[in-house]
Structure formats: structure tokens, C-alpha cells
Design a binder for this molecule. Structure first.
Ligand SMILES: Nc1ncnc2c1ncn2[C@@H]1O[C@H](COP(=O)(O)OP(=O)(O)O)[C@@H](O)[C@H]1O
Ligand SMILES: [Mg+2]
Length: 300
């Protein structure tokens, strides 16, 4: 995670007045998060499911038009599964949502708040790095390769971010981490290091870590693709539990059966575009588009 976050360091040239505004905004961001008691956090996890809106997003890598006018609305508590062939832009879409990648055109908002940018007259202007980090803490991200901190225990992997962002005191964060680890079935692994765990266990720690910041939405990028087949089920079970608890989830996966079971909506992408979307029964069982049918015939 840290490597990806570092790459997005943004330099924006601003005049003094704008800088002041930006500092004010940063101040707001820092003080606005408050400190929630661990007990309340644990209640129903204290998560307020957020709405995500992706509006006319275009992204190029050189001449390669990787996202070509993507339009996506995810309602609070909705579970969206994104399907599509390799290279269709699924990971890039997730990375645009939490502003790890900047779209050249279009924007993303979380509960109506622009992510990574602010309006400046007709144009969108990049926000300061600290504000972006604050926004990003409300968007959980679970990677294919877990990305746990190898030098930290499981407990500290989960407790680190709430402390670093000033959301919880250290004892509160550790209590929350213990509760989250219990929730993903790893109460007995708190003092282990990532290398001592199976892939399935590591991914469950990564999910607990994402939850620790009480994000409004959690993005999953092929969370089970790196796992041995017999470990896939335990990770899907944890995600299913989250889906049932009303968390907003956007999941890139090739697990079609899982999508059918938990998705409110299935989105099929190809060539940087959303080709088709709808309830699983529609997109998976009665796809309207040839490209969707073709893809499903290969993965089903
Ligand atoms: N950082 C990058 N630089 C250049 N091209 C990239 C970069 N990231 C992704 N791409 C290209 O963008 C396209 C979409 O990639 P990606 O979003 O990873 O697709 P998917 O997740 O659906 O497999 C691919 O052709 C990929 O090679
Ligand atoms: Mg990908």
C-alpha cells in the first residue's frame, strides 16, 4: 500500500490565497475526523456506507486510452462486482476511485464530495497531498497481493493506520484491531508476522486492516486471484459477511458464482468501457452484448 501511495505525490502550483484555502481545508480534514471510542467503532463497525460516483472518466497511458468515458454510480451499501478481460481497465478504474491514478477527464465523488480535486471556476484543481490522504482513508483498498507490512505483527498491521491518521489512540486502535481480527477469524494470530500466515489468512488480515479506518467504501482488486484454490473460500466468506452487513463494496473478481450470490449489480468492462451493467441475473444469465456473452462463455 505504502509504495502505491508514495507514487501519487502531487505537486500543485498555487498562489498564496489558494494555499491558504487549501490549508484551511486540510485543517478541516484533520480536525473533522474526531476520535471515536473503540466500543462505538465496533458496534456495527461504525461504518457509514458511502455512495460512489464515477463521472465520465477518461484515462490515458501515453496513447493508450485505458478508461474511455466510464460512468458508474454505486449507492450506499450496494455491492458492485466488476468483471472483464485482462487489460480492460478494471484495476485502473479502482485506482482512479481512490485517486491513486488521476483521470485526465472526468471525476469521482464520495457522498457527493470530489475526490482528489476541487472545483476552481470551470476547472478541477488537484488537492494538497494531506487532504488527498485524508480522503483516501475513507476508501478501503484490498490488493491481490495483500501488501501487508512484513516487519509488523498482524495486530500492528491492522492498528497502524488509525493511529497514524490520528483517528484513534494506540490502545483504542489495538483493541479495535483485536476485535476486527476476531471478526475475520484470526483472533489467535495477532502476534504472528505476515510471513507466518497462509495467503488466505494474510488476505483476511488485509481486509481487517482496510476496515480499521471505517471506510465508506472498500475496493477489492481480485482479492482471491493470488490464492491457492482451497484458500479462496475463507476470503470470500469474509467479503460475503461484509456485503451482508451493508458496507459499500466494489469488487473486481473472476469468481462468477460469488458475483451471482452477493452482487447487487454486475458491471462488465471491455476496452476501457462499461459495456453492460445490471443485476447479476440479467448480466450473467441474459447478457445483452456479444462481448459479455463471449467473456462469460470463457470464464463460466
Ligand atoms: N502504469 C501504467 N502504465 C502504462 N500502462 C498501464 C499502466 N497500468 C495499466 N496499464 C495498461 O492499461 C490497461 C488496463 O490495465 P488494468 O487497469 O490493469 O486492466 P485490468 O485490471 O482490467 O487487467 C492495460 O493495457 C495495461 O497494460
Ligand atoms: Mg487488474
Amino acid at each position: 500500500m505504502s509504495g502505491e501511495a508514495r507514487r501519487t505525490t502531487v505537486k500543485t502550483r498555487t498562489d498564496p490565497q489558494e494555499q491558504e484555502q487549501e490549508q484551511e481545508q486540510e485543517q478541516e480534514q484533520v480536525t473533522g475526523t474526531g476520535t471515536a471510542p473503540a466500543a462505538e467503532v465496533i458496534g456495527a463497525l461504525g461504518i457509514q456506507p458511502a455512495a460512489v460516483e464515477v463521472h465520465d472518466v477518461h484515462k490515458w497511458y501515453g496513447a493508450h486510452h485505458v478508461l474511455d468515458g466510464v460512468e458508474l454510480t454505486v449507492r450506499p451499501g450496494e455491492v458492485t462486482v466488476v468483471l472483464g478481460p485482462s487489460g480492460s481497465g478494471k484495476s485502473t478504474l479502482l485506482r482512479v476511485i481512490n485517486h491513486l491514478e488521476k483521470p485526465e477527464i472526468g471525476h469521482v465523488s464520495l457522498n457527493g464530495e470530489l475526490i482528489g480535486v476541487r472545483r476552481h471556476g470551470e476547472r478541477l484543481k488537484e488537492l494538497g497531498e494531506r487532504v488527498i490522504l485524508g480522503q483516501r482513508s475513507r476508501i478501503g483498498f484490498v490488493f491481490q497481493n495483500f501488501n501487508l507490512f512484513p516487519h509488523l505483527t498482524v495486530l500492528d498491521n491492522v492498528a497502524a493506520a488509525p493511529v497514524a491518521t490520528g483517528k484513534l489512540s494506540r490502545p483504542e486502535a489495538r483493541q479495535l484491531a483485536r476485535d476486527l481480527l476476531a471478526r475475520v477469524g484470526l483472533a489467535d494470530k495477532s502476534s504472528a508476522y505476515p510471513r507466518q500466515l497462509s495467503g488466505g489468512q494474510q488476505q483476511r488480515v488485509a481486509i481487517a486492516r482496510a476496515l480499521a479506518l471505517r471506510p465508506g467504501v472498500i475496493l477489492f482488486d481480485e482479492p482471491t486471484s493470488a490464492l491457492d484454490p482451497e484458500l479462496v473460500g475463507e476470503v470470500l466468506a469474509v467479503i460475503k459477511d461484509l456485503a451482508r452487513s451493508g458496507t459499500t463494496l466494489v469488487i473486481v473478481t473472476h469468481e462468477i458464482g460469488f458475483a451471482r450470490e452477493i452482487a447487487d449489480r454486475v458491471v462488465f468492462m471491455d476496452g476501457g468501457r462499461i459495456v453492460e451493467q445490471g443485476p447479476p441475473a440479467q448480466v450473467l444469465d441474459h447478457p445483452q452484448q456479444e462481448r459479455t456473452r463471449d467473456f462469460l462463455s470463457k470464464v463460466l
